[in-house]
Design a protein around this ligand. Structure first.
Ligand SMILES: O=c1ccn([C@@H]2O[C@H](COP(=O)(O)O)[C@@H](O)[C@H]2O)c(=O)[nH]1
Length: 286
């Protein structure tokens, strides 16, 4: 099928009725089309309404599912009547739904991509809100049957308390949100926004146990698909960070600052407080 992109959203066909709608060269939102229904996993910052792009690819009833409540994944819910999110992340999404946060996030993005400036209506965007959306809470094990394509929800607390991934076991595709990627993963927000590293370790171990069911991983940022070996690398990177963090470089963003730990294909950006807590937790385990 011929796909149309806009200046803000690039549409990429993945095969098997799946598409990536990549917003502002950053957030990969996945449109998964079955025989009876379609599902969009993440909806980006919502710099523009992506419904017209989706309508060109499918006229099936659409389910909107957010991988977590961060602004770059879930603020775009404002364009939809109903959206799924894990209950632990709805508060986070609402806290991010302010003109100040949107302004900061937009400036950060336009600083990286100045060519987008004429294509985003800033005033309109600052007026959007996710508060009028009807939310449904998505839970561990919940299944979305799209007809010929079934997605199972896996709860993976870490980068946020309410992070989820969707597994299409028949086709061996994992749509991993922000928990599994070769791109950076932020772990420097306050403790009420992101889970302790020990919970991220449990989440990565949970995915390790499902490795035989996964051949391709489609992350919410960076290149795709990636191989299943990245799950082991992420676990190893957390261990490595405990030992080898002395030369990690400082990082600053609109949402706060941290230190960058590179390990093989992975990049964890963490706060000192979070790392100290992790090291203490590990010391108690021994
Ligand atoms: O609220 C937020 C916003 C962004 N992130 C993470 O930041 C990077 C942004 O991607 P770039 O394309 O490198 O600018 C990505 O890892 C997001 O998940 C975030 O964690 N929270």
């Amino acid at each position: 099928m011929k796909t149309r992109s806009t200046a803000v959203n690039q549409v990429i066909e993945l095969g098997n009725g799946n598409y990536c709608i990549r917003e502002a060269e950053s957030t990969n939102c996945y449109l998964l089309i079955g025989e009876k229904k379609a599902l969009i996993f993440d909806v980006g910052y919502g710099y523009e309404d992506i419904k017209p792009l989706i309508a060109e690819l499918t006229d099936l009833p659409l389910i909107v599912v957010n991988s977590h409540g961060d602004p770059d994944h879930a603020l775009g819910s404002c364009w939809f009547a109903e959206a799924y999110i894990h209950e632990l992340d709805l508060g986070k999404l609402f806290r991010n739904d302010t003109p100040e946060m949107k302004q900061k996030a937009l400036d950060y993005r336009l600083n990286k991509l100045p060519a987008l400036k004429p294509h985003i209506d800033r005033d309109m965007y600052l007026k959007t809100s996710v508060k009028g959306v009807n939310y449904r809470f998505v839970r561990e094990g919940e299944v979305f049957d799209l007809g010929g394509k079934v997605l199972e929800t896996i709860h993976l607390p870490g980068h946020s308390y309410g992070c989820i991934a969707l597994l299409d076991a028949k086709n061996k595709d994992l749509f991993s949100g922000d928990m599994v990627t070769k791109h950076n993963i932020w772990y420097f927000l306050p403790a009420d926004e992101q889970a302790p590293f020990r919970q991220a370790v449990s989440s990565y171990r949970k995915l390790q146990r499902r490795k035989a069911e996964i051949a391709r991983i489609y992350p919410a940022h960076g290149s795709f698909p990636i191989g299943v070996g990245i799950i082991d690398q992420l676990l190893d990177s957390l261990e490595d960070m405990k030992q080898n963090h002395a030369s990690d470089l400082y990082f600053e963003s609109f949402a706060g600052s941290g230190y960058q730990h590179y390990y093989k294909d992975t990049l964890i950006i963490y706060s000192k407080a979070r790392l100290e807590e992790f090291m203490e937790d590990s010391a108690h385990e021994d």
